[in-house]
Design a protein around this ligand. Structure first.
Ligand code: HEC
Length: 103
């Protein structure tokens, strides 16, 4: 019985963990739809766009870029302002969302 209960606890912990994972992509999608897509779009930009394409880029690349904009080690008037309002969690959510999109 004890073993059964503890395996139930492990199972529910796993379910919670997988929900959190899914939720972060949804949260990233919400941020992207509300903010980022106005400039970056969701899929590939038209040629000659001044806005870099984000879809399908490596999540760690996107995270690093956003943190650099936030701490102003990478300068862009637009992106410095936007990144200033993002938490670490927002950054990892939106990065994992864009990384999963097909370019
Ligand atoms: C008002 C327009 C605008 C909005 C809104 C915007 N960006 Fe940007 N973004 C830019 C521009 C312009 C650049 C290019 C800046 C540069 O030269 O470094 C850029 C660059 C980036 C880069 C670097 C890409 C690369 O290839 O190095 C990332 C990552 C990025 N933006 C993420 C985001 C995310 C995530 C959001 C939403 C939270 C967002 N941006 C919202 C205009 C915007």
């Amino acid at each position: 019985m004890k073993a059964f209960i503890s395996s139930l606890m492990i199972l529910s912990a796993l379910l919670v963990a997988s929900n959190t994972q899914a939720a972060s992509i949804y949260a990233g999608q919400a941020t992207a739809a509300a903010v980022c897509s106005q400039c970056h779009g969701v899929r590939k930009q038209s040629q000659g766009s001044i806005f870099p394409n984000l879809a399908g880029k490596d999540a760690s690349y996107l995270k690093t870029a956003l943190k650099q904009y936030r701490d102003k080690t990478r300068l862009s008037e637009v992106m410095n302002n936007i990144a200033a309002s993002l938490s670490d969690k927002d950054i990892s959510n939106v990065a994992s969302y864009y990384a999963r999109l097909k370019p």
